[in-house]
Design a protein around this ligand. Structure first.
Ligand code: AMP
Length: 281
């Protein structure tokens, strides 16, 4: 497996990849969620390139950029074991050299959900992914549905900017007890780790209510809010019932499959997200 630290190394290495290229962008500290993307990419492409880059432009001023967990040696071992062809590990200066001032913005889908509490987040995500797509020139790129809004925003960007890239959604990978895997779970204390199960419980409560026939968007949103409120230390950022494509709030009767139930909750000082898309099976 190759290790590319600079854009020049990546471009030189990319020219040597003949056939289909799959791409998995990450911020590192890899877990089974990331590995599920890499595994799928390895199955579907001749070469898989993984990027590990903690992208400063997607962090707000009071967020965890400085303390974001890192274990590059372990990440490299995991990528090699999964059969990745190369890992791209650029520095922040390589991606955003001094004087950098160009950004990509998706204007509508980012007005909802995480976009409200993290106003500059998706601008950073779109900018870095657009830059990485230009550099890596993948045929397919793999994203997890744990970050459902991110997937929809990037899908929109790819369409709007005519990137010749197929975006492939991958299911949420969970711990045995249901907690969605996340590099940020590492921040949790033992008690916090237990409290974090409240996100999945809120989604399970919604599923139970749907199975009993509840169809009011407002009532289903209240169920999520009340479940989170029942936890002594969880602090709700948002719990929303939203249209799965436009991400707009659904307050009234929901009918169509594909409705999104999404929430963001602070446990201790860590902001965790989870979601479920309603389907009958
Ligand atoms: P991150 O390193 O958090 O930026 O995530 C890199 C990619 O892995 C994104 O496409 C995420 O949606 C995906 N990912 C992270 N956690 C999970 C998970 N638990 N299940 C599936 N995909 C995930």
């Amino acid at each position: 497996m190759e290790k590319w630290m600079t854009i020049a190394e990546l471009q030189e290495g990319r020219r040597r990849c003949k056939g289909g290229v799959g791409f998995v962008p990450t911020m590192g500290f890899l877990h089974e969620g990331h590995l599920s993307l890499i595994k799928k990419a390895v199955k579907e492409n001749d070469h898989v390139i993984v990027s590990i880059f903690v992208n400063p432009t997607q962090f707000g001023p009071s967020e965890d950029l400085e303390k974001y967990p890192k274990d590059i040696e372990r990440d490299m071992r995991l990528c090699r074991a999964e059969g990745a062809a190369a890992v791209f590990l650029p520095s922040a200066e390589e991606i955003y050299p001094s004087g950098y001032q160009t950004f990509i913005e998706v204007t509508e889908l980012t007005r909802h959900l995480c976009g409200l509490s993290r106003p500059t987040h998706f601008r950073g995500v779109c900018t870095v992914v657009a830059k990485l797509f230009h550099l890596v020139q993948p045929d397919k790129a793999y994203f997890g549905l744990k970050d459902y809004q991110q997937f929809k925003v990037l899908q929109r960007m790819v369409h709007d900017l005519h990137f010749p890239v197929e975006t492939v959604p991958c299911p949420i990978v969970r711990e045995a007890d249901g907690l969605a895997m996340s590099s940020r779970n590492k921040y949790l204390s033992t008690a916090g780790r237990r409290e974090a199960l409240i996100l999945k419980k809120a989604l399970d409560d919604v599923r139970d209510a749907l199975e009993k026939g509840e169809r009011s968007g407002h009532a289903l949103q209240t169920i999520m809010q009340e479940t989170v409120a029942s936890s002594p230390s969880a602090r709700l950022d948002y719990a929303r019932v939203a249209h799965g494509e436009t991400l707009e709030d659904l307050e009234g009767e929901i009918e169509a499959e594909g409705t999104l139930f999404a929430l963001a909750v602070f446990i201790e000082n860590t902001r965790l997200i989870d979601n479920m898309v309603w389907s009958h099976d």
